[in-house]
Design a protein around this ligand. Structure first.
Ligand code: PLP
Length: 401
């Protein structure tokens, strides 16, 4: 393990990575991999070390459900087909479940394209992007590419989005991004706060409500706001509770005239195994409650252990939470990686905190041992990480999570 820390190997691998053409980081797995593997361990091109506890990227260790796996397997021989109708089947299943009229749902290979296109469509050089801090950063990257001003508004003291401050921040904003529950804090913004933002936002702007983690939480979904034809786009993904991050499937849900603006940036054929597995997963009514309970139970046990040991954390309703590291977060990431436990990222506004994903019970037991050891260990020179070369920071496969 220690070899992964040596400066020599870091720079050798960094140099290899920098030979690749530069693209922007796209989304959450990008960020997680970027933070956890490029900075701390091995660059993006290498698989994680054998036996690593991977609680760094807000993935679901359970993977696709049994029925989804069977569907994926059965479709391998069909891999030569575009089979667009399979995307329509998914869209129709979701629309029926959520009582949405035709034309209110678009499917993408993950929610990342939907997030990027929404930001590109509704921000501009004169219409800013307003987001929470700490918050999920992918939209900021799209806003930057669009030349839009980015306004970061700190979370309220209860870690909800400070919607009043967000709305007050710019009368010319184009997009107010609300991630509910928030990534990285896993905290909730109430339906009342969201309704207030909607009622008070500037004309021509949209609320972009990212519900990637909604199924883990008690948060009230906002789809009724779309049903009522408001200026709202909701993002959903099959990467989280459905365990399909590697399959790539997500949805944009909004009024047809809003979704039309996203299509300007291109529509692609979706991976047929992904959309069909997503469709099967939606139809499995027990799946979400069952997985929500698994996550809640393990998260509660982890919080009980943290409390008992006097570690400071932010109570979360998601599959991730922020934990105080007592030192620069990157050093804690390095210390944990040395023990083969990959933990998540650090946000500049909370430099001494790290994000932890809730893994399996077995993984969280390993996490506890490694955390205690790391927390009690002195900071040593090998834990002070070199800065990332800019070429590596622009790596296309260092996806956010
Ligand atoms: N939105 C949030 C808040 C996320 O955390 C992530 C990924 O972790 C995404 C969107 C993108 O997910 P995907 O593209 O896998 O659907």
């Amino acid at each position: 393990m220690d070899t992964a820390f040596s400066r020599r190997s870091f720079f050798r691998l960094a140099a290899a990575a920098s030979a690749v053409a530069a693209f922007p980081i796209l989304s959450e797995p990008d960020f997680a991999l970027h933070a956890a593997t490029t900075r701390v361990r091995s660059p993006w091109e290498l698989p994680p070390p054998p036996g690593a506890v991977r609680i760094n990227a807000n993935e679901n260790p359970l993977g696709p459900c049994k029925h989804a796996c069977a569907e994926i397997n059965s479709l391998i021989p069909e891999g030569g087909r575009y089979d667009f109708y399979r995307t329509m089947e998914l869209v129709n299943t979701f629309s029926a479940m959520e009582d949405l009229k035709p034309g209110y749902v678009l499917a993408y290979a993950g929610s990342t394209p939907a997030l990027h296109y929404s930001v590109l469509a509704f921000t501009s050089k004169t219409r800013s992007y307003v987001t929470a801090d700490p918050g999920y950063e992918a939209g900021m990257r799209a806003a930057t590419l669009n030349g839009a001003q980015i306004i970061k508004v700190p979370l309220a003291p209860d870690h909800s989005h400070d919607v009043k401050a967000m709305i007050a921040s710019d009368p010319n904003a184009g997009v107010f991004y609300i991630c509910n529950p928030n990534n990285p804090t896993g905290t909730i913004t109430s339906k009342e706060q969201i309704a207030w933002a909607l009622a008070n936002k500037p004309k021509g702007s949209i609320l972009l409500i990212d519900e990637a983690y909604i199924h883990f939480s008690e948060a009230t979904p906002s789809i009724d706001l779309v049903r009522a034809d408001n200026d709202v786009i909701i993002l959903r993904t099959f990467s989280k509770i459905y365990g399909m991050a590697g399959m790539r499937c997500g949805l944009a849900i909004g009024r047809p005239d809003l979704l039309e603006k996203l299509q300007y940036f291109g529509m692609n054929s979706n991976p047929i195994m992904a959309v069909s597995a997503a469709n099967v997963s939606l139809k499995n009514k027990d799946l979400v409650p069952m997985r929500k309970k698994i996550n809640t139970d393990i998260r509660s046990e982890t919080f009980a252990w943290l409390e008992k040991n006097n570690y400071k954390f932010i109570a979360s309703q998601s599959n991730c939470f922020m934990l105080y590291a007592g030192r620069p977060g990157h050093q804690m990431m390095a210390a944990m990686a040395k023990r083969n436990v990959l933990i998540g990222r650090v946000w500049p506004i909370m430099p001494d905190w790290v994000r932890i994903t809730v893994g399996t019970r077995e993984e969280m037991t390993k996490f506890q041992t490694a955390w205690k050891e790391s927390y009690n260990s002195p900071v040593t020179a090998d834990l002070v990480l070199p800065e990332l070369p800019p070429s590596l920071a622009r790596n296309p496969y260092t996806h956010l999570s």
